[in-house]
Write a protein that binds this ligand. Structure first.
Ligand SMILES: [Zn+2]
Length: 455
């Protein structure tokens, strides 16, 4: 009988805890939806700083912006963590194609990030089109040598969770230049890794393999341009004329992660970290990738301060530098955490766009996952229900590897790969309510874990 009474008492206590948490989440939501500054912050980042590739002058401006925004949010302490980053420069670039008997037509293209261009000269060669790696692998080297290879691999539109389609198609961005160079190709064109029904080309990172001697140019073309090129290639021989000034500068550049924190009231030594990446590609405004993650992370600090919530554990917001083409910021943060023997109890990344939040991907052991899943119902009023995937984030991946329980915000994924790494990733393509709802979800989870720890 006694034990039954005890069980009932414990259940009531648990209910009360959740009732209190539910109320706090409501306060967090009201504060952000009514007084949130993340949308205004994003406007300044996108319109006053603009795109901000690592090593560029705009990245310097972005660091200053981040430091100021973090101070305005009311962080107890704001500091810059040094990171040495690569500096890649795009320069002028053009791709023309000419079918037999036709006119030269310019296609919408972007050099793929980190590639070497043509030194600004125009290189011309016949195009060899392949639909995938299997078809490429079957081609003898003499059919590839000195040609420009067009990989017409399509983003799998039937995969509802678009990050799966991205994982599948992005292989072509990384592999194509390396594979084609090893068989003597002059250059590579890929169909953009894109869900878009449009002609925006998507850049993004690649890396030349150590085993590949020649660093050949690689460019991506928009989906409509790719459709058109497929038609022309099927009709007969097509010649490509490519000029690109893209190159990697020899020296690394000193840059910074921007960090702001609120000291924990009971366990200041335990750290809950939330972040996004401050750098972007050198096109568009880096709005959804990942301006939204930066302003949501800053909003966590602002909201806790505005509501007078003193978290039990330390809450730290980090704007990581160089996620796009090197991950140096994420690596530097994890190195510093290790060197200073810091205890990170949880890391959360928001780098999947500023769309309506749907859930959190969780990358942690089952016991900790079970604890997070107990909070699931608290998020349902905010449309956040999906806790089933295993996701974290690139910037926090070095922490995850070191054993820190990790999570990634999962917004609705249908539009992210229309926009990211393009000229179309601009402020106007972020909705203020969706962005703020994402900030509510992120702040809610950070609050719950800093309040109850993650054991
Ligand atoms: Zn990103």
């Amino acid at each position: 009988m006694k034990s039954r009474l005890l069980t009932a008492l414990l259940a009531v206590t648990a209910l009360n805890v959740f009732a209190q948490d539910s109320l706090t989440l409501r306060h967090i939501s009201d504060e952000i939806m009514l007084h949130g500054t993340c949308y205004d912050n994003l406007r300044v980042l996108c319109k006053k700083v603009g795109n901000r590739l690592s090593g560029s002058p705009q990245a310097v401006k972005a660091v200053k912006w981040g430091e100021k925004a973090m101070l305005e949010a009311g962080a107890d302490k704001v500091w810059l963590q040094p990171v040495d980053v690569p500096h890649w420069v795009r320069g002028e670039e053009h791709l023309y194609v000419k079918a037999e008997g036709g006119r030269k037509t310019e296609l919408s293209m972007l050099s793929i990030g980190n590639t070497e261009g043509t030194g600004g000269e125009t290189w011309d060669a016949p195009i060899v089109m392949v639909k995938d790696l299997d078809e490429f692998n079957k081609l003898p080297a003499d059919e590839i040598k000195d040609k420009i290879i067009f990989f017409d691999y399509h983003f799998k539109q039937d995969l509802i969770f678009t990050f799966e389609g991205y994982g599948d198609a992005v292989r072509y961005r990384w592999l194509a230049p390396n594979l084609a160079a090893s068989k003597g190709a002059m250059a590579v064109i890929i169909r953009s890794v894109s869900t878009g029904e449009d002609d925006f080309p998507h850049t993004g990172a690649m890396r030349y393999f150590d085993t590949v001697k020649r660093h050949i140019p690689a460019v991506a073309i928009g989906n409509y341009s790719a459709d058109w090129l497929v038609k022309k290639c099927k009709q007969g021989e097509v010649t490509a004329y490519l000029s690109a000034e893209a190159h990697m500068l020899p020296d690394m550049v000193r840059s910074y992660n921007v960090i702001g924190e609120i000291k924990g009231s009971q366990h200041p030594e335990k750290i809950v970290v939330v972040g996004g990446h401050l750098d972007s590609w050198d096109v568009g405004e880096g709005a959804n990738d990942d301006g939204t993650g930066c302003v949501q992370s800053i909003e966590v600090i602002r909201t806790l301060k505005a509501l007078g919530i003193r978290p039990k554990c330390t809450v730290r917001a980090v704007l990581f530098m160089n996620e796009e083409n090197g991950l140096k910021g994420g690596l530097a943060y994890a190195d510093s955490a290790k060197a200073r023997n810091e205890e990170h109890i949880f890391a959360l990344e928001t780098d999947a766009g500023g769309f309506s939040p749907r859930g959190f991907g969780l990358d942690m052991n089952d016991k900790k996952k079970a604890q997070v899943l107990k909070y699931k119902n608290l998020f349902l009023p905010y449309g956040v229900y999906d806790f089933n995937r295993k996701e974290g984030g690139a910037d926090i991946s070095p922490l995850t590897k070191a054993g820190v329980p990790s999570a990634g915000l999962l917004p609705d994924p249908q539009r992210y790969f229309d926009l990211h790494h393009t000229d179309n990733d601009v402020f106007e393509n972020v909705n203020h309510r969706e962005l703020k709802l994402g900030a509510v979800a992120v702040t809610g989870l950070v609050y719950l874990i800093s309040e109850h720890d993650l054991k």
